[in-house]
Design a protein around this ligand. Sequence first.
Ligand SMILES: [Zn+2]
Length: 100
Amino acid sequence: MLLIRCPYCEQDRAEVEFAYAGEAHIERPGDPSAISDAEWESFLFLRSNPRGIHFERWVHVHGCARHFNAVRDTLSDKFIMTYRSGIQRPTKSEIRRAEK
Ligand SMILES: [Zn+2]
């Protein structure tokens, strides 16, 4: 069974309690009317699909119902770390430390 750590509940819980909520750290343009249609389309629809480390948003649907971010390896499906929303994206060295 895949366990995911909720950074708010501070517990490892079963994957069935969570739902994927998209790619993390996507910034909404400050003034949408000031950007081109292509830039707006990119913001709305284009997401990365990396092979390896991916930054994701998850929601603890059957728990605290809060959104948080996770670093997951798409090759192994392993959650390397989770962290609260609003916190900066972890650096490569922080991710490497968490992998150990
Ligand atoms: Zn929770």
